[in-house]
Design a protein around this ligand. Structure first.
Ligand code: HEC
Length: 102
């Protein structure tokens, strides 16, 4: 896995930061850590997509494409950034008052 390309490293950073800042992972809501100085898929991104996206974004589920690997996630990086900023993903849920579109 080559994360040395600066533009990709930057988009991973943005995704991690946006998801954290928007409370996409409720366990950390209100306790958002500053973004790390270097971001890796395994350490920072995989836990987010596995816990919050892969339940739907896997073969046989409702999500239109899988988010199970580095390659899957890398391919959709820009779109993930956009849906995270717009808060359209993960989908709104009544038990997560800070999630969903505003
Ligand atoms: C409850 C199921 C579910 C979960 C959880 C979920 N998704 Fe989705 N996702 C979908 C479905 C269904 C679609 C297709 C419908 C649509 O585009 O509105 C979709 C579409 C998308 C798209 C394409 C949007 C577009 O405009 O084409 C992206 C990107 C995406 N999801 C990213 C994510 C990310 C990132 C997460 C986790 C933070 C996530 N999703 C969690 C069900 C889910």
């Amino acid at each position: 896995m080559n994360l040395t390309k600066p533009s990709f490293a930057r988009s991973l950073f943005v995704i991690a930061f946006v998801l954290a800042a928007h409370g996409a992972f409720n366990a950390n809501a209100g306790n958002v850590k500053p973004p790390p100085s270097s971001v890796t898929f395994t350490e920072h991104i995989a836990p987010i997509v596995f816990n919050h996206c892969a339940s739907c974004h896997r073969p046989g589920e409702i999500g239109p494409f899988p988010l199970l690997t580095y390659a899957d996630t890398r391919k959709k990086g820009k779109l993930i950034q956009q849906v995270s900023e717009r808060r359209t993903m993960p989908p709104w849920h009544p038990l997560a008052p800070r999630a969903g579109p505003r």
